[in-house]
Design a protein around this ligand. Structure first.
Ligand SMILES: [Zn+2]
Ligand SMILES: [Zn+2]
Length: 228
Protein backbone atom coordinates (compact mmCIF):
# COMPACT_ATOMS: atom_id res chain seq x y z
CA UNK A 1 0.00 0.00 0.00
CA UNK A 2 1.34 3.37 -0.98
CA UNK A 3 1.16 6.14 1.55
CA UNK A 4 -1.97 8.14 0.87
CA UNK A 5 -1.23 11.72 -0.05
CA UNK A 6 -4.38 13.19 1.37
CA UNK A 7 -5.76 13.64 4.88
CA UNK A 8 -9.35 13.98 5.99
CA UNK A 9 -9.02 17.15 8.07
CA UNK A 10 -12.73 17.38 8.88
CA UNK A 11 -15.68 15.17 7.94
CA UNK A 12 -15.85 15.20 4.14
CA UNK A 13 -12.92 17.60 3.73
CA UNK A 14 -9.67 16.24 2.30
CA UNK A 15 -6.39 18.12 2.35
CA UNK A 16 -3.61 17.67 -0.19
CA UNK A 17 -0.35 18.92 1.22
CA UNK A 18 2.48 20.49 -0.69
CA UNK A 19 4.25 23.81 -1.04
CA UNK A 20 0.67 25.00 -1.01
CA UNK A 21 -2.32 23.02 0.19
CA UNK A 22 -5.47 22.38 -1.73
CA UNK A 23 -8.69 20.70 -0.68
CA UNK A 24 -11.55 18.50 -1.80
CA UNK A 25 -14.89 19.19 -0.12
CA UNK A 26 -17.75 16.71 -0.39
CA UNK A 27 -20.97 18.67 0.06
CA UNK A 28 -24.40 19.05 -1.57
CA UNK A 29 -22.30 20.19 -4.51
CA UNK A 30 -18.74 18.95 -4.16
CA UNK A 31 -15.90 21.33 -4.89
CA UNK A 32 -12.16 21.81 -4.82
CA UNK A 33 -10.51 24.74 -3.03
CA UNK A 34 -7.39 25.83 -4.98
CA UNK A 35 -5.33 23.46 -7.12
CA UNK A 36 -1.76 23.60 -5.80
CA UNK A 37 1.33 23.76 -8.00
CA UNK A 38 1.38 22.14 -11.43
CA UNK A 39 1.41 18.33 -11.39
CA UNK A 40 -1.13 17.84 -8.60
CA UNK A 41 -3.99 16.41 -10.64
CA UNK A 42 -2.95 12.79 -9.96
CA UNK A 43 -3.28 13.33 -6.21
CA UNK A 44 -6.86 14.45 -6.63
CA UNK A 45 -7.65 11.60 -9.01
CA UNK A 46 -6.18 9.07 -6.60
CA UNK A 47 -8.21 10.50 -3.72
CA UNK A 48 -11.45 10.42 -5.72
CA UNK A 49 -10.74 6.79 -6.67
CA UNK A 50 -10.12 5.85 -3.07
CA UNK A 51 -13.35 7.50 -1.99
CA UNK A 52 -15.30 5.84 -4.80
CA UNK A 53 -16.08 9.21 -6.38
CA UNK A 54 -15.89 10.30 -9.98
CA UNK A 55 -14.16 13.48 -11.22
CA UNK A 56 -17.54 14.51 -12.60
CA UNK A 57 -18.86 14.69 -9.04
CA UNK A 58 -16.89 17.91 -8.62
CA UNK A 59 -19.02 20.86 -9.64
CA UNK A 60 -16.76 23.81 -8.86
CA UNK A 61 -13.09 24.69 -8.49
CA UNK A 62 -12.93 27.66 -6.13
CA UNK A 63 -9.76 29.75 -6.21
CA UNK A 64 -8.94 31.64 -3.02
CA UNK A 65 -6.78 33.97 -5.15
CA UNK A 66 -4.80 34.05 -8.38
CA UNK A 67 -1.21 33.21 -7.27
CA UNK A 68 0.49 30.44 -9.25
CA UNK A 69 1.01 28.16 -6.26
CA UNK A 70 -2.82 27.96 -6.01
CA UNK A 71 -3.68 27.89 -9.71
CA UNK A 72 -0.84 25.72 -11.07
CA UNK A 73 -2.95 22.61 -11.71
CA UNK A 74 -6.05 24.56 -12.64
CA UNK A 75 -6.12 23.68 -16.35
CA UNK A 76 -5.55 19.99 -15.73
CA UNK A 77 -8.09 19.73 -12.91
CA UNK A 78 -10.60 21.59 -15.06
CA UNK A 79 -9.95 19.07 -17.86
CA UNK A 80 -10.31 16.14 -15.48
CA UNK A 81 -13.49 17.26 -13.77
CA UNK A 82 -15.24 19.58 -16.19
CA UNK A 83 -16.03 21.72 -13.14
CA UNK A 84 -16.74 25.45 -13.31
CA UNK A 85 -13.93 27.68 -12.11
CA UNK A 86 -14.94 30.27 -9.54
CA UNK A 87 -12.87 33.26 -8.46
CA UNK A 88 -13.53 36.74 -7.14
CA UNK A 89 -14.08 39.42 -9.75
CA UNK A 90 -10.99 41.33 -8.62
CA UNK A 91 -8.64 38.38 -9.18
CA UNK A 92 -10.27 37.01 -12.36
CA UNK A 93 -8.37 39.33 -14.71
CA UNK A 94 -5.08 37.77 -13.55
CA UNK A 95 -6.40 34.23 -13.94
CA UNK A 96 -7.85 34.86 -17.38
CA UNK A 97 -4.64 36.58 -18.47
CA UNK A 98 -6.43 39.88 -19.10
CA UNK A 99 -4.12 41.65 -16.66
CA UNK A 100 -0.55 40.68 -15.86
CA UNK A 101 0.41 40.30 -12.26
CA UNK A 102 1.70 43.47 -10.66
CA UNK A 103 2.38 42.18 -7.19
CA UNK A 104 5.65 42.32 -5.30
CA UNK A 105 8.46 42.73 -7.85
CA UNK A 106 10.13 39.40 -7.09
CA UNK A 107 6.94 37.46 -7.79
CA UNK A 108 6.66 38.69 -11.36
CA UNK A 109 9.66 36.87 -12.85
CA UNK A 110 8.86 33.76 -10.77
CA UNK A 111 5.29 33.73 -12.05
CA UNK A 112 6.47 34.28 -15.62
CA UNK A 113 9.02 31.49 -15.35
CA UNK A 114 6.52 29.07 -13.80
CA UNK A 115 4.02 29.85 -16.54
CA UNK A 116 6.63 28.95 -19.15
CA UNK A 117 8.05 25.88 -17.42
CA UNK A 118 4.68 24.41 -16.62
CA UNK A 119 2.93 25.71 -19.71
CA UNK A 120 0.20 27.31 -17.62
CA UNK A 121 -2.40 28.75 -19.90
CA UNK A 122 -4.94 31.38 -18.97
CA UNK A 123 -8.47 30.08 -18.50
CA UNK A 124 -11.80 31.59 -19.41
CA UNK A 125 -14.04 33.14 -16.81
CA UNK A 126 -16.68 30.66 -15.64
CA UNK A 127 -18.08 31.97 -12.42
CA UNK A 128 -17.45 35.39 -10.92
CA UNK A 129 -17.63 35.48 -7.15
CA UNK A 130 -18.81 38.35 -5.03
CA UNK A 131 -18.92 38.76 -1.27
CA UNK A 132 -21.85 36.79 0.13
CA UNK A 133 -22.14 34.30 -2.75
CA UNK A 134 -22.74 30.65 -1.87
CA UNK A 135 -20.88 27.50 -2.89
CA UNK A 136 -22.88 24.61 -1.43
CA UNK A 137 -23.08 25.37 2.32
CA UNK A 138 -20.17 27.80 2.17
CA UNK A 139 -20.38 31.57 1.98
CA UNK A 140 -17.81 33.61 0.09
CA UNK A 141 -16.16 36.31 2.19
CA UNK A 142 -14.19 38.86 0.19
CA UNK A 143 -10.93 39.49 2.06
CA UNK A 144 -8.68 41.79 0.00
CA UNK A 145 -5.16 42.47 1.23
CA UNK A 146 -2.88 39.68 0.00
CA UNK A 147 -4.47 40.14 -3.45
CA UNK A 148 -7.40 42.36 -4.46
CA UNK A 149 -9.71 39.40 -5.00
CA UNK A 150 -8.69 37.09 -2.16
CA UNK A 151 -11.63 35.21 -0.70
CA UNK A 152 -12.36 33.00 2.29
CA UNK A 153 -15.07 30.34 2.40
CA UNK A 154 -17.08 29.88 5.57
CA UNK A 155 -19.60 27.23 6.51
CA UNK A 156 -21.68 28.14 9.60
CA UNK A 157 -22.83 24.51 9.98
CA UNK A 158 -19.41 22.93 10.57
CA UNK A 159 -17.68 26.25 11.36
CA UNK A 160 -14.95 25.60 8.84
CA UNK A 161 -13.13 28.57 7.34
CA UNK A 162 -10.88 28.30 4.28
CA UNK A 163 -8.46 31.23 4.36
CA UNK A 164 -6.10 30.73 1.41
CA UNK A 165 -3.05 32.92 2.02
CA UNK A 166 -4.81 35.35 4.34
CA UNK A 167 -3.04 33.76 7.26
CA UNK A 168 -0.70 30.90 8.06
CA UNK A 169 -0.45 28.89 11.25
CA UNK A 170 2.96 28.38 12.76
CA UNK A 171 4.01 27.40 16.29
CA UNK A 172 0.55 28.03 17.67
CA UNK A 173 0.23 31.51 16.15
CA UNK A 174 -1.70 32.82 13.16
CA UNK A 175 0.47 35.09 11.05
CA UNK A 176 -0.50 37.58 8.36
CA UNK A 177 1.26 37.43 4.98
CA UNK A 178 4.64 39.09 5.43
CA UNK A 179 5.89 42.37 3.97
CA UNK A 180 5.73 42.31 0.20
CA UNK A 181 3.10 39.61 0.19
CA UNK A 182 0.78 42.08 1.87
CA UNK A 183 0.51 44.93 -0.64
CA UNK A 184 -2.71 46.32 0.89
CA UNK A 185 -2.39 46.20 4.70
CA UNK A 186 -5.25 48.65 5.28
CA UNK A 187 -7.82 46.52 3.52
CA UNK A 188 -6.23 43.43 5.00
CA UNK A 189 -6.99 44.65 8.50
CA UNK A 190 -10.61 45.30 7.55
CA UNK A 191 -10.78 41.84 6.00
CA UNK A 192 -9.49 40.20 9.16
CA UNK A 193 -11.95 42.22 11.25
CA UNK A 194 -14.73 40.60 9.22
CA UNK A 195 -13.32 37.18 10.09
CA UNK A 196 -13.19 38.19 13.75
CA UNK A 197 -16.98 38.44 13.73
CA UNK A 198 -17.76 34.86 12.73
CA UNK A 199 -17.71 31.71 14.84
CA UNK A 200 -14.86 29.49 13.60
CA UNK A 201 -13.72 26.06 14.78
CA UNK A 202 -11.41 24.95 11.99
CA UNK A 203 -9.16 27.13 9.85
CA UNK A 204 -7.85 25.54 6.67
CA UNK A 205 -4.84 27.39 5.32
CA UNK A 206 -3.15 27.65 1.94
CA UNK A 207 0.20 26.87 3.54
CA UNK A 208 1.02 24.83 6.63
CA UNK A 209 -1.14 23.10 9.18
CA UNK A 210 -4.84 23.53 9.88
CA UNK A 211 -6.07 25.18 13.06
CA UNK A 212 -8.35 22.79 14.94
CA UNK A 213 -8.57 24.36 18.40
CA UNK A 214 -9.04 27.90 19.72
CA UNK A 215 -9.64 29.27 16.22
CA UNK A 216 -11.68 32.30 17.36
CA UNK A 217 -9.11 33.18 20.00
CA UNK A 218 -6.24 32.90 17.50
CA UNK A 219 -8.03 35.20 15.02
CA UNK A 220 -8.57 37.74 17.83
CA UNK A 221 -4.86 37.54 18.67
CA UNK A 222 -3.99 38.13 15.02
CA UNK A 223 -6.24 41.19 15.04
CA UNK A 224 -4.41 42.59 18.06
CA UNK A 225 -1.09 42.40 16.21
CA UNK A 226 -2.63 44.35 13.30
CA UNK A 227 -3.95 47.26 15.32
CA UNK A 228 -1.83 50.34 15.79
ZN1 LIG B 1 -0.74 33.96 -2.43
ZN1 LIG C 1 0.28 30.73 -1.58
Amino acid sequence: MGKSNFTEVKTGIYQFKGVSNFYLVLDSESFVVDTGLPGKTGQLENCLNTLGKSPNDIGVIVLTHHHFDHTGSLNKIKQLTGARIAAHKDDWPYISGEKSYEGPFFMKPITKLMNIIYNIKPVKTDMILNDGDKIADYTVIHTPGHTPGSVCLYNPLNKVLFVGDNMSFNKGVLNPPSGRLLPDPLNYRKSMEKLGEIDVETILTGHGEPVTTNANKLIKELLVTLSG
